[in-house]
Design a binder for this molecule. Structure first.
Ligand code: SAH
Ligand code: SF4
Length: 363
């Protein structure tokens, strides 16, 4: 089965390079992580070795589409994996940082009704290499336009905590070997409580975001089926443990849905749950998806909602959608292609904007 050169860990690379001088292990490892080069691209390696490794590690993320939106500030890829599965990655440039939103699974088994990925169902877990490679490729793309990739959010396709071990290995790799600060890495979860508890004990400074979207169990269970197994009180307890162990607050993600979760009563419920979890709240207008009939809240409704939260003493930020012109919301580009539609592939010249925009998945 084709493997990504970013799949093996260091110990496995040591085995793979058995018979080579010992310094080769560092050389290949640094080539992969510091320089973002596949083995066959590492010209400081002997030709025969490069050829052997190129055959052994022929798995790669093949770009199906690279689309550019927001005047060059949002770049989205749809990648095809070796078995034909497709996943998305979105790179977002801001005035002060560049954030990449990566996928952790092809599809997702959680079935949240408003989510394009959830509507399509689960295909498979991504390997460590497939996760890391998204960051390596986005970092190279950023560098080519003079930007430094600073942040990674696991908010693309899939539920990261359902692919726990590989996601954890990828986080350590991004931190230790790609040199991305743990505080600049964020994992988003639908609220898998046992894994959240485990995550709190990892001793990492990685951020945790929880997709709440409703603050009472009856409502939340209608859009987020896993809420039946892990109700809000358990999620809040896990958030508290996370804060105790790491000293970091979680953030709650709340996609604003007109008439569904943007009412005054929703703001009051959210305020009390956020206070209990000592969470920061990120509000995002819902991105419409083909399988969900509701629409996003109006800007006025969002303003009123955030005002209510703040009067209740909750820390809340409104995030603008990024890349709506290029289907950048979770799972949307893939859905569009699967429907036989054409993806907008624009080669917009990059323009550096000064406007302070915020993104759907930025931190
Ligand atoms: N599975 C994880 C991470 C991937 S989803 C999770 O659910 O947290 C990333 C974020 O996008 C989540 O907060 C999710 O709730 C949100 N999201 C999914 N579909 C959306 C939509 N149609 N509009 C706005 N946000 C959406
Ligand atoms: Fe999966 Fe997250 Fe989408 Fe829910 S919102 S279906 S957990 S990717």
């Amino acid at each position: 089965m084709p493997r990504s050169p970013w799949d093996p860990d260091r110990a496995e690379w040591a085995d793979l390079l058995d018979g080579e001088p010992r310094f080769r292990i560092d050389q290949v490892w640094q080539g992969l992580h510091e320089h973002g080069l596949r083995p066959e691209e590492q010209t400081n390696l002997p030709k025969a070795l490069r050829e052997r490794l190129a055959v052994e590690f022929d798995g790669r993320l093949e770009p199906v589409v690279r689309s550019v939106g927001d005047g060059g500030d949002t770049i989205k890829w749809l990648w095809r994996l070796h078995d034909g599965a497709t996943v998305e990655t979105v790179l977002m440039h801001y005035a002060d940082r560049s954030t990449v939103c990566i996928s952790s699974q092809a599809g997702c088994a959680m079935g949240c009704t408003f989510c394009a990925t959830g509507q399509a169902g689960f295909e498979r877990h991504l390997s460590v290499g497939e996760i890391v490679e998204q960051v390596v490729l986005a970092r190279a793309d950023a560098a080519a336009s003079g930007r430094r990739l600073s942040n990674v959010v696991y908010m693309g396709m899939g539920e990261p905590l359902a692919n726990y071990d590989r996601v954890m290995a990828s986080l350590r790799r991004l931190n230790t070997d790609l040199g991305l600060g743990a505080r600049h890495l964020t994992v988003s979860t639908v609220g898998l409580v046992p894994q959240m508890l485990r995550f709190a004990e990892e001793g990492l400074q990685v951020g945790l975001a929880v997709s709440l979207h409703s603050a009472n169990d009856a409502d939340r269970s209608t859009t987020i089926p896993i809420n039946d197994r892990h109700p809000i009180a358990d999620v809040v307890a896990a958030c508290e443990l996370f804060r105790e162990r790491t000293g970091r607050r979680v953030s709650f993600e709340w996609a604003m849905i007109a008439g569904v979760n943007d009412r005054p009563s929703d703001a009051a419920e959210l305020a009390s749950v956020a206070a209990a979890a000592r969470a920061h709240v990120n509000l995002i207008p819902l991105n419409p998806t083909p399988g969900y009939p509701e629409i996003g809240s109006t800007p006025e409704a969002i303003e009123a909602f955030v005002g209510r939260l703040r009067r209740h003493g909750v820390n809340a930020t409104v995030r603008a959608n990024r890349g709506t012109d290029i289907d950048a919301a979770c799972g949307q580009l893939r859905t569009r292609l699967a429907d036989g539609g054409s993806a907008p592939v624009t080669l917009t010249p990059r323009v550096r904007p000064n406007r302070p925009t915020v993104g759907q998945t930025g931190d």
